[in-house]
Write a protein that binds this ligand. Sequence first.
Ligand SMILES: Nc1ncnc2c1ncn2[C@@H]1O[C@H](COP(=O)(O)OP(=O)(O)OP(=O)(O)O)[C@@H](O)[C@H]1O
Ligand SMILES: [Mg+2]
Length: 363
Amino acid sequence: MVQPEAKEIGLTTVASTFERPDANSQTDEVALEIRDFKVYYETPRGTVPAVDGVSFNLKQGERFALVGESGSGKSTLAMGLMRLTRPPGHVAGGTAKLHGTELTGLTEEEMRKIRLSQMALVPQGAMNSLNPVMRVGKQVVDGIVDHLPEGEPKPSKREMTARVHELLDRVGLQPMVAQLYPHELSGGMKQRVAMAIAISLSPSVIIADEPTSALDVIVQRQIMQTLGRLQEGLNASVLLVGHDMGLVAQFADTVGVMYAGKLVEVAPVRTMFNNPIHAYPRLLIDSIPTMDAKKRLVGIPGMQPSLLNLPPGDAFAPRSPLKFKPEDALVEPKLVEVEPGHWVQLSRSSVEDFDKYAHLVDY
Ligand SMILES: Nc1ncnc2c1ncn2[C@@H]1O[C@H](COP(=O)(O)OP(=O)(O)OP(=O)(O)O)[C@@H](O)[C@H]1O
Ligand SMILES: [Mg+2]
């Protein structure tokens, strides 16, 4: 496919695809092991269980996309894993191990050293969080100096300039961008700068929260290509947060779908698209527009429930298109591995073929 020419100044090469040439470069080694992770917000109206018992493994070299509607808890999870949750939010339970090191038990100083050097976040809206009165190069340098691992000497000014230029090159920006201020850059270029800062200390895990939102489709593609190249270059694991199933499908090895603070299904990308089991991912996939004129666009009926007032049992039941007995919806569903690598939150109210899996649960 011929790529449109990169019109933005300061941009270097644009690869032709962001799909993975060799999806087998992931290993079975677990980079990040998340178990029953909970992040709650204490508000005057009550506790908001924004992330409520999320468990999954991010393998070394894996590209894991986390999708779900606005408000389903994706950013809250990303921030919680980075230990960047701010009051009134707090990590309310669970564990998150990075290469075996339990993150929830670390001191703030220990965690600060891990950020960037081992696990980096490109936060949601990163391109708007650059300092408007500081040149881009200086912002990259500050990130490096702040998070240098213990014992590593501070690089000389010359070494630092070379490092900044190399980082800019890796995200497809020319060296001259270091001299510019954020307002002189396009949205896509700012997002690239945020990615350069995130990879500046070669982390093994990169969490990218909606890195392409507010960008046009061509720039979205370029940013995903860049993220793919960075992931491959570092053999890093990527947790990509997004809500566009179509976009993440081309990038991810594995897709996890969140609904109201919980994972409802996790599967290898092909399985997720060919054989989704839970009603919510099924509807999300059916709602992706295609060029097939015969396909009618399907929306998801109803609204996501308020997290302050979740229905008991299966939170998706009020929107489920399936027929079920009212008492079926009241059972608290469990996330169960139905086949290797394919996890589903099983409930009679949201899983059409529930009887096929009934032997896996005790309800
Ligand atoms: N500071 C806060 N105080 C109270 N509730 C909060 C706070 N921040 C987030 N929430 C609530 O937590 C829930 C999850 O929010 P979060 O930002 O994690 O969702 P998201 O999946 O990232 O959504 P989006 O796709 O819009 O980025 C929402 O219901 C939100 O209202
Ligand atoms: Mg978010």
